[in-house]
Design a protein around this ligand. Structure first.
Ligand SMILES: Cc1cc2nc3c(=O)[nH]c(=O)nc-3n(C[C@H](O)[C@H](O)[C@H](O)COP(=O)(O)OP(=O)(O)OC[C@H]3O[C@@H](n4cnc5c(N)ncnc54)[C@H](O)[C@@H]3O)c2cc1C
Length: 387
């Protein structure tokens, strides 16, 4: 730590989660001198659905990172299950992976270290400074400070970047506010052979459950519910999903249950002066999309480029553009989550017209043109009217 303070850096990344590590790697690829500090010890775990969609795999690949063989489990598409009904679609292109968060973190951390980035663990950042940031009270000089410190970002607060642009009423209810877009999640791994090559999303009245195969003998279960009142723990929540419960009942727990919050939030700005935000610290989309990692990797690539060209206004603009599609998908999925009758209709359409679900999935992972999106949307709307 002492030598980090003795040096002067181009970029000081606060937070060594996926967004921070990817940004450090992107900046280093532009030849910048980078230090990353995280308060925790790697490999860092975090409650997550642990699904890396094909667009996320491509985003990682564009940063020069390939998922090492054997640490991830490939899956082919997404299956929705709701009240006895089931519909599935295969990704139009590429491979998705279920990957234990700790494995993903280890791969990113090792890659960053091998790139010549200075890595500091158990190193909590305690404040900002006009010339850099404070590490355990000591000044580390850096031209840029990147806040990659997650949903509850303190860097965001220190840099006075907390102000949000609230999402539309479709997303947040009739009185859009911060609290309403906040949701609660729990995650646990079960030692059981995956029964499918799909990532499953089980829709319930009060919650949604993701099941992701992460190895030949393990699945990750993440349960997300909407309000503090229904802040469900996994085992209570699974009572709503008898079919899934029958599969998991008796399976050995392969990890302890961990909780997190997930929030759809768009910030007015993502940089001020020499401080800039990335990943969940810079806003975010609800976990239901399974797109948080991909978004973080794309933001990281853009930020690395903008730091090298010293143009954070371009990052601000590009950040907004990158968030648009995942934010739209989050809104649509949350809307489905809240309206069980509409969901039942949609499931009927997806079952009778698998192409409409495949079209939605393609849009979800960023495949196809704006024209495809519009024609898919119109076709789905029409089918819904007929259903
Ligand atoms: C329940 C749930 C399910 C999800 N499922 C999926 C999914 O299936 N697929 C997907 O793509 N996304 C998913 N996501 C979203 C995804 O997990 C996040 O988007 C992603 O973790 C964001 O990474 P990050 O690096 O921005 O933040 P984090 O992963 O939270 O990392 C922040 C890091 O900053 C460090 N830190 C914080 N404060 C300080 C400080 N002061 N000093 C130093 N270090 C600090 C922390 O220790 C941490 O390591 C899910 C999220 C949730 C909650």
């Amino acid at each position: 730590m002492a030598s980090a303070a003795a040096n002067s850096w181009d970029v000081f990344v606060v937070g060594g989660g996926p967004a921070g590590l990817a940004t450090a790697i992107a900046a280093r690829r532009h030849g910048l001198k980078v230090v990353v500090a995280d308060g925790a010890v790697p490999p860092i775990d975090k409650p997550c659905g642990e699904g890396l969609m094909p667009d996320g795999v491509v985003a990682l690949h564009n940063l020069g990172i390939t998922i090492p063989e054997g640490i991830a489990y490939p899956f082919r598409g997404i299956r929705f299950l709701d009240n006895g009904a089931s519909a599935e679609a295969v990704f139009p292109r590429g491979t998705a992976y279920g990957i234990r968060r700790t494995h993903l973190h280890r791969a990113l951390w090792d890659h960053a270290a091998a790139c010549g980035i200075r890595m500091l663990s158990q190193a909590a950042v305690t404040g900002l400074h006009p010339e850099g940031a404070l590490l355990a009270g000591e000044l580390v000089r850096a031209r840029w400070v990147v806040g990659a410190d997650g949903t509850g970002s303190r860097v965001r607060h220190w840099a006075a970047l907390d102000q949000c642009e609230f999402d539309t009423p479709l997303d947040t209810g009739s009185h859009p506010n911060h609290e309403k877009s906040l949701r609660f999640a729990f995650r646990r791994h079960y030692r059981i052979a995956p029964w499918t090559r799909f990532m499953e999303l089980h829709w319930g009245l009060h919650s949604q459950v993701y099941v992701t195969p992460v190895s030949h003998h393990e699945v990750c279960v993440a349960l997300i519910s909407s309000t503090p009142k229904s802040r469900l723990r996994i085992e209570d929540g699974l009572a709503e999903f008898p079919e899934l419960w029958t599969r998991l009942e008796g399976a050995e727990h392969a990890s302890s249950e961990r909780g997190a919050i997930t929030i759809t939030r768009r910030l007015r700005r993502v940089y001020r002066g020499h401080t800039v935000l990335v990943g969940d610290a810079s806003g975010g989309v609800d976990a239901i999309t399974g797109e948080g990692l991909c978004l973080a990797f794309r933001q990281a690539a853009l930020l690395g480029d903008c730091l090298a060209s010293r143009d954070l206004a371009r990052y601000q603009w590009g950040h907004r553009r990158l968030s648009r599609r995942p934010a739209l998908m989050a809104r649509m999925m949350l809307f489905m989550g809240r309206h069980s009758q509409l969901r039942a209709r949609t499931m009927r359409v997806f079952q009778s017209s698998p192409r409409s679900f495949a079209g939605m999935l393609a849009m979800h992972v960023g495949e196809g043109s704006a024209r495809d999106y519009i024609s898919n949307g119109i076709a789905l709307g029409w089918e819904l009217l007929k259903a």
